[in-house]
Design a protein around this ligand. Structure first.
Ligand SMILES: CC(C)(COP(=O)(O)OP(=O)(O)OC[C@H]1O[C@@H](n2cnc3c(N)ncnc32)[C@H](O)[C@@H]1OP(=O)(O)O)[C@@H](O)C(=O)NCCC(=O)NCCS
Length: 195
């Protein structure tokens, strides 16, 4: 069962030391996806969210992605902070929450599929980097798609090839990410675990 262990309990609160604003974390599970949201404690507005996925390799659309679909591989997606709340370390806090959860569940690597180039700098600062195996996976996918051209509808093939060619995989080593993120988050936020 994915996400059997709880790294970040429902209702954990984070008080931003400088502003004294408190944010509350909620978690909900849908199949093998776990959704974290950060709410304002007063008012209940959602200010950011992130989704983590176990065995995220199935996004690649077949069963042969041994390099990605390995034990301990988790994916992170749909990371977002409300525009008026950006540059207050909430993005960092969300990645910290995701990493803590993945670590508690034995994850070794946290992947990001097709990160937007606008935010490469953000992910690099937190300890992510292009996946060293990413090029091999991309080449493997191109080879597979090319070799099976005759089995595909033209449109589907072209679309698939385009997706594969632009496939960009980043990842971070979970224990290392956790150390980096805790170092950034601990001075900025006070944690309150629910009773
Ligand atoms: C990316 C995003 C989540 C960052 O959230 P945030 O709360 O503003 O980020 P933080 O305040 O935690 O920033 C952490 C560090 O990254 C830097 N940073 C933030 N966004 C950056 C960017 N786009 N490029 C380069 N560095 C960035 C910050 O300056 C900060 O640096 P510092 O530690 O030296 O001060 C937010 O901009 C967002 O929601 N963007 C739109 C959705 C999106 O692009 N999601 C990613 C999809 S792959």
């Amino acid at each position: 069962m994915p996400f059997e262990c709880i790294g970040m309990p429902q209702g954990t609160k984070f008080t931003h030391r400088q502003s004294a604003n408190t944010l509350k974390c909620s978690r909900s599970r849908e199949d093998n996806r776990l959704i974290f949201q950060l709410f304002e404690e007063n008012g209940g507005k959602v200010v950011g969210y992130v989704v983590i996925k176990h065995k995220f390799g199935d996004f690649l659309d077949d069963d042969r992605d041994e390099l990605v679909y390995t034990k301990g591989a988790y994916g992170m997606s749909l990371m977002s902070v409300l525009p008026s709340y950006r540059s207050m370390s909430l993005g960092t806090l969300l990645v910290f929450i995701a990493t803590r959860e993945v670590q508690a569940n034995g994850g070794r690597h946290l992947y990001i599929v097709n990160p937007l180039s606008d935010v490469f700098g953000f992910y690099l600062k937190l300890g992510f980097h292009p996946d060293p195996g990413g090029d091999a996976i991309r080449q493997q996918k191109i080879d597979e798609a090319t070799n099976f051209t005759f089995l595909s509808e033209n449109f589907v093939f072209a679309t698939k090839l385009q997706i594969v060619r632009s496939h960009n995989l980043w990842r971070g080593q979970v224990d290392l990410l956790y150390t980096i993120l805790l170092g950034k988050i601990a001075p900025l936020f006070q944690f309150h675990q629910p009773l």
